[in-house]
Design a protein around this ligand. Structure first.
Ligand code: TYM
Length: 356
């Protein structure tokens, strides 16, 4: 790894196919950072086991995820792509960091509270918890059976970042709070044990940072949404893309305008903007006098056109699993070098006796 190039680190969970939220909020921007930086792009399988999952699916999704990364324009010659569990150090550093993380900070994490709500629902406890404003002051585990990995999730994420001494972390807006915790932990460790970690900067794109559900535009588009029309996946075929966009929930107003009180419309304009690199203002201008039907139909055509080459590349890559495994092997080797270096430093500062 070149010492003077800035380090970019970011990751995605291999829990099912990637969505256009993952693409526009994150992966599309990673591809723009390949020049002039040392890039580490992880596939975080250890994070993926914090929720219900099937081992065989996880294995399949992990390989599919690297194919999707490459298909989205991440050139293996210019970035280190690796599977989190292939690199020793993530869990070890997470343990050290957990010892300087107050429990309350983890219990206050928005994503943790959201996941508790989801698990409460699946455990038939939804009505006890929903709408309970005082939830953050309670121990959620008292009512819902939550695994502690879910609580520890942001510490593992901080370890993913700090292990590589990352300068910048390109993510969607939903990861902002986790990044803030990571920065706090880096500063806390540095204060306690002397300067060790860089304090990483989040890189959140202007357009596409928060793609919303097509069926409930007040909620984030998510891989795990039970409503299959809510989420557009990178690998959806053109017919399905058209169907999902044409049935996106909007409102009863007619004209196309920029208005915060019209979340469904704003979401469609935002997706349009992120895929076309046009500003929302110029998109509104070009739909002057037209209605939802025109906007949705043009947007569907745009998304289909933009995803076509990604899908073609993906299907070709999946025919050659040996190549994908080789990419991951090389990525893990480069990541491991850096991880061992950092872990050694952290262990020394923590007062652990040198291994002779
Ligand atoms: P994950 O797998 O949920 O998402 C991967 C990336 O996609 C972004 N994203 C979105 N952006 C815009 N709109 C959306 N609807 C949307 N949904 C997802 C996410 O912000 C993310 O950048 N905790 C992380 C994975 C992680 C990580 C890390 C990220 C683990 N360790 C270290 C960065 C650095 C997550 O669950 O991402």
């Amino acid at each position: 790894m070149s010492e003077n190039k800035p380090v970019i680190l970011t990751c995605a969970q291999p829990t099912g196919g990637l969505t256009i939220g993952n693409y526009l909020g994150a992966i599309k921007n990673w591809a723009d950072m390949l020049e002039g930086n040392t890039c580490f792009f992880g596939i975080v399988d250890m994070h993926a086991i914090t929720v219900d999952y099937t081992p065989a699916e996880l294995r399949k999704n992990s390989l599919s995820c690297v194919a999707q990364y490459i298909a989205c324009g991440i050139e293996p010659e210019k970035a280190n792509m690796f599977i989190q569990s292939h690199v020793t150090g993530h869990a070890e550093l997470a343990w050290v960091l957990s010892c300087i993380t107050p429990l309350g900070e983890l219990q206050r994490m928005t994503q943790f509270k959201d996941k508790v709500q989801v698990q409460a629902k699946t455990q038939g406890l939804g009505s006890n918890i929903e709408g309970d404003d005082s939830i953050e002051n309670q121990d959620p585990t008292s009512r819902v059976s939550i695994n502690s990995g879910l609580l520890m999730y942001p510490v593992l994420m901080a370890a993913d970042i700090l292990l590589y001494n990352a300068d910048a972390v390109p993510v969607g807006a939903d990861q902002k709070q986790h990044l803030e915790l990571c920065r706090n932990l880096a500063q806390r460790f540095n204060q306690r044990y002397s300067d060790t970690f860089k304090v990483p900067e989040p890189f959140i794109p202007k357009f596409g940072q928060r793609i919303m559900s097509l069926q409930d535009p007040t909620r984030k588009m998510s891989k795990s949404d039970p409503n299959k029309n809510a989420t557009l996946f990178l690998l959806d075929d053109p017919k399905l893309i058209k169907k999902k966009i044409m049935s996106a929930v909007t409102d009863s107003a007619r004209d196309i305008e920029l208005s915060e009180s019209r979340p469904g419309l704003s979401n469609l304009i935002n997706i349009y903007s992120a895929f076309s690199d046009q500003t929302p203002e110029s998109i509104v201008q070009s739909f002057k006098g037209k209605g939802y039907g025109d906007l949705k139909s043009d947007l569907a055509d745009l998304v289909i056109e933009k995803l076509k080459p990604v899908q073609e590349r993906y299907h070709n890559l999946m025919k050659d699993p040996a190549y994908l495994e080789a990419v991951l092997k090389e990525g893990a080797e480069a990541a491991q070098k850096q991880a061992f270096k950092m872990l050694r430093k952290v262990y020394k500062k923590s007062g652990f006796l040198n291994r002779s």
